[in-house]
Design a protein around this ligand. Structure first.
Ligand SMILES: NC(=O)c1ccc[n+]([C@@H]2O[C@H](COP(=O)([O-])OP(=O)(O)OC[C@H]3O[C@@H](n4cnc5c(N)ncnc54)[C@H](O)[C@@H]3O)[C@@H](O)[C@H]2O)c1
Length: 421
């Protein structure tokens, strides 16, 4: 993506560093430090868990508050201990097992950073909110419609309790995207009429089954190849780009028709590629494309065509000259900024709550997957409102609670057959 703004675009006095992000501009720019240490805990100590916790601690530095990592939890105790050691967490507060989240939440942490595979997020967030914790939740936040509805309900509960929830859809905390959204809202490209969103990349990793390994251990290590834990890559990765479409258009789609298939995947039961037409109503369609195939063309981004111009997600805007408010970032890094925005909002007594928005974007991706797997036309209301719809109660198994209860059975390592699924 070309990150430069077209000359016809006009931005007044915009800088990247030094002050509060517009999304949280209601909060003091230089939030006063506090003598109290923020206590944070991590659930899901893998690649992103390590990164997100570092980002949280960096955000605390920016805000001038001290922070302490008080607990870690992971399905594998060794992962929890590894992350704990890095941050000086006592061994007795590094918890292992599928119920580790409960033990983490029972510690005196005020914030919980969640970075397990997405299938576990609805149960973990519900428990954390019940216990009164502010949460950073990695995207996506569910793998099936029931999980999404649970997230929305938990988000409402968090709002009632005055708790903050920020999601790892970092483009919503990235200056270039925030500027383009403001420019679109100010009429720079007229009304969005259509567009294309893409995540065309490769399989993140393949983990082979070890001799004698349990089903639970194998699927947990190889989760990026199983729909039941990841939601498939249209949910797990492409949610970022679908989220931008929903955000820029200001509403979710009304229906989806998609297709996909599998050519080369070596393990698990996911598709290699998806192509989905999302109908946003009013004759507005967004084409979504995603694939995980090494050796093929790769591109990640978004493009929107308006009645009076066009816009690349966080890049070039071709359109009318418009004036927008100054949009700044404390860190210039959206992965850090999302934590700055969360903590600052909580400190200001006006907690951000992104549960519904990330749940809806997750559902958009799930809607595309269901259409591609089944070959059916899928309506938004079939997933959220129409309890008689065959897809309303669709639930992936084994579920998060199945993992806690005992041995699980590995789903068949075959993909869905459209028209027959
Ligand atoms: N925002 C982003 O740009 C971004 C980037 C990468 C990953 N992610 C998201 O972060 C999440 C984690 O991804 P990752 O790449 O770190 O994966 P990972 O496999 O590296 O880490 C996941 C960790 O969670 C642990 N885990 C699995 N099930 C658990 C359970 N029930 N309870 C506790 N721990 C459990 C695993 O053992 C592992 O240590 C995913 O939702 C992913 O989509 C977001």
């Amino acid at each position: 993506m070309n990150p430069t703004l077209n000359r016809r675009s006009f931005l007044g006095n915009t800088t990247l560093l030094g002050a509060g992000l517009a999304a949280s501009s209601v909060f003091a720019v230089n939030t006063p430090g506090t003598s109290k240490k923020i206590k944070v805990a991590l659930i899901g100590c893998g690649g992103r868990g390590y990164g997100a916790l570092d980002n949280f601690l960096e955000a605390c530095k920016i805000l001038g508050v001290e922070a302490e990592v008080v607990a870690t939890g992971d399905a594998f105790k060794g992962h929890a201990e590894g992350a704990g050691k890095r941050h000086g967490v006592p061994a007795e507060r590094c918890f292992g097992g599928y119920d580790a989240y409960q033990k983490v939440i029972a510690t005196p942490c005020e914030y919980v950073v969640m970075a397990t595979p997405p299938a576990f997020r609805p149960v973990h967030l519900a428990a954390a909110v019940e216990a009164g914790k502010h949460c950073f939740i990695e995207k996506p936040v569910a793998v099936d419609p029931a999980g999404v509805r649970s997230m929305i309900a938990t988000g409402e509960k968090a709002a009632a309790k005055g708790l903050g929830i920020v999601a790892g859809t970092q483009r919503r905390h990235q200056v270039t995207y925030l500027r383009n959204k403001a420019m679109i809202d100010a009429g720079a490209i007229g009304q969005i009429k259509g567009g294309v969103v893409q995540w065309n990349g490769t399989v993140p990793w393949v983990k082979r089954r070890n001799d004698g390994e349990s089903d639970a251990s194998y699927i947990t290590r190889n989760w990026v190849n199983f729909t039941e834990l990841s939601g498939d890559h249209i949910v797990e990765q492409h949610v970022h780009n679908l989220d931008v479409a929903v955000w820029y258009l200001g509403r979710p789609p009304v229906a989806a028709v998609g297709f996909g298939g599998r050519a080369r995947r070596e393990t698990g039961n996911m598709f290699d590629f998806f192509s989905v037409d999302y109908d946003f109503g009013d004759d507005i369609h967004i084409h979504s494309q995603c694939r995980q195939l090494s050796g093929a063309h790769q591109h990640v981004g978004e493009m929107f065509i308006g009645s009076e111009g066009s816009c690349y997600g966080g890049g070039k805007v071709n359109g009318k000259k418009v004036e927008i408010a100054d949009i700044k970032s404390d860190s210039g890094d959206p992965y850090v900024q999302e934590h700055v925005d969360l903590i600052r909002s909580v400190m200001a007594g006006k907690p951000l709550n992104e549960a519904k928005q990330v749940a809806e974007s997750t559902l958009v991706a799930i809607m595309g997957r269901i259409s591609a797997y089944t070959g059916e036309f899928v309506r938004w209301d079939d997933l959220l409102k129409n309890t008689q719809s065959p897809v309303y109660n669709l639930a992936c198994t084994p579920s998060a609670l199945d993992f806690e209860k005992g041995p699980i059975k590995l789903p068949a390592e075959v993909p869905a057959v459209p028209g027959k699924a």
